[in-house]
Ligand binder design. Sequence first.
Ligand code: PEP
Length: 251
Amino acid sequence: MSKRRKLAAGNWKMNGLSAELSNLDELILSNPNPACDVLICPPATLLERMSRRTAGSAFALGGQDCHVAVSGAYTGDVSANMLADAGAEYVILGHSERRAAYGESDTLVQSKAVAAHAAGLVAIICVGETLEQRERGETLDVIGGQIEGSMPRGGDCVEVVVAYEPVWAIGTGRIPTLAQIAEVHDFLRADLTGAFGSNAEEIRLLYGGSVKPSNAGEIFGVPNVDGALVGGASLNPSDFSGIVSALEAVP
Ligand code: PEP
């Protein structure tokens, strides 16, 4: 039986003002004692205020990106230490929106993962193919390359979570078939084991891309799926609670 604790992670992206703090209160009230880890990654502006609300609850908080440096002349950026200082325990790295919009490379994501580890944060490293890459039959090669380039090396690897997020499934309502999810998650487990040995057994593998309460149960039933990284549905407390419930129901 797997020792990996399931994880439901919500990525609020660039959404959330003070008014949305009540959504977190509602989530905590609805899930006072979740049987899985629950994580919300709000915009950095809400982290510190949200950390006051999650204190004493089972909920964890995370950032959505970090800079590789601890501090310095990097206007507009936020360091991993700053996220930790504001109450984060995790940070999402290499999200496809950042890879596409800001040209983030695997090498940069790897450097950020090292910085996150140094700050005591668990990095959630995102990988995933575009539709064109899938149609060309390149999915596993692309994902293998992203893992090879983005994962920190050495003992640090166990501190990470990997999220498989097909780019074409993010925010589109389209999801891969369960067989396609299984193929990639089995590949990830084998690939990580090849690279990191038996330590890789502890790495949680999340699926992300249009997860909703209505499809979460079947996705969570796929072997080697240890939870989900959820975008749109995490903004709605009742939808996200439905996803948490589906994850809790997995034996
Ligand atoms: C995401 O952006 O990480 C994501 C999975 O988004 P959505 O759930 O909205 O597809």
